[in-house]
Design a protein around this ligand. Structure first.
Ligand SMILES: Nc1nc2c(ncn2[C@@H]2O[C@H](COP(=O)(O)OP(=O)(O)OP(=O)(O)O)[C@@H](O)[C@H]2O)c(=O)[nH]1
Ligand SMILES: [Mg+2]
Length: 262
């Protein structure tokens, strides 16, 4: 029995990789920077993301998000409060997002006019690891409330991420979080990995994160310009992007309040 299970799993991952590869080409051609946010449930992905999206929008970028959950449209509603469109994917019981779900969900957005697309993955520290979503950056959140040893206990995700964000740092002292130890554990699990400390509540670290994303977006836009100059920008989307994952309505941002900075 075991070899057959492995074979089926290998085929699923291979199919996902093919779709993710096509998606990445589309995103690159359109100049969209794509960021996949992963963490355990409740690590603070939505709260941090809503704040970052609002700041990027106020800086003049066009931002959109897709968010995966097993149930409810709560997170899309919260993300839309940033003033940016957000799209809920209901995974039908699956504990991670797959590339075909993302490919179908982004049909709701005009990628030509989108600068940055965030993908908030289902809260899970294990399963999202093997599923490429066509992203440029994979950001892993470790909240200070979960202990310093998580980078050592969950080595697979940290080995595929580009940035570790220690979240909820406004309460680090209260929960006696040992940040030097947590940093050493990350370094032990993944030598050289970039790390940042943030709080969506106090705003600490948010401008650094926004700056990092803007720098990466400018680099990505440069890649697009280069492709256009070389005449290689025409890439069509394959049929295979139409896949599983129930597509929910886009939650429209609330109306702008005149004179308010958001
Ligand atoms: N003190 C503090 N609490 C936070 C912070 N960010 C999020 N929270 C709280 O932590 C809880 C979970 O936050 P979410 O943003 O929903 O976490 P999530 O990772 O999106 O959760 P799932 O999508 O369900 O996996 C909520 O009660 C938030 O208000 C923070 O920076 N500081
Ligand atoms: Mg969330």
């Amino acid at each position: 029995m075991q070899p057959r299970i492995l074979e089926v799993r290998r085929n699923i991952l291979k199919k996902n990789d093919e779709i993710a590869h096509s998606l990445r080409e589309v995103f690159t051609e359109r100049g969209v920077l794509v960021i996949n946010i992963v963490s355990s449930p409740g690590a603070g992905k939505t709260e941090l993301l809503a704040r970052v999206m609002r700041d990027l929008r106020e800086a003049g970028l066009s931002v959109a998000a897709v968010v995966g959950d097993l149930a409810t449209e709560n997170d899309a509603t919260r993300l839309a409060e940033s003033g940016c469109p957000a799209h809920q994917i209901l995974t039908g019981g699956m504990c991670h997002l797959e590339a075909d779900m993302v490919g179908k969900a982004v049909e709701a957005f005009d990628l030509e006019t989108t600068d940055v697309l965030f993908i908030e993955n289902v809260g899970n520290l294990v399963c999202p690891q093997g599923y490429d979503l066509g992203e440029d950056l994979r950001v892993l959140l470790f909240p200070c409330t979960e202990g310093e040893d998580k980078p050592l206990k969950y080595p697979t995700l940290i080995n595929t991420c580009d940035l570790v964000v220690f979240s909820k740092m406004d309460i680090a002292v209260a929960v006696e979080f040992d940040i030097p130890l947590a940093r050493r554990n990350c370094e032990g699990a993944r030598p050289g990995v970039a790390m940042l400390e943030t709080s969506a509540r106090s705003g600490a670290g948010v401008s650094e994160l926004v700056g990092l994303i803007r720098d990466r977006w400018e680099a990505k836009r440069g890649e697009r310009t280069g492709a256009e100059r070389a005449g290689t920008a025409e890439i069509s989307r394959p049929e295979s992007h139409r896949g599983v994952g129930s597509l929910r309505r886009v939650v429209a941002p609330p109306p702008e309040v005149p004179g308010s900075s958001g």
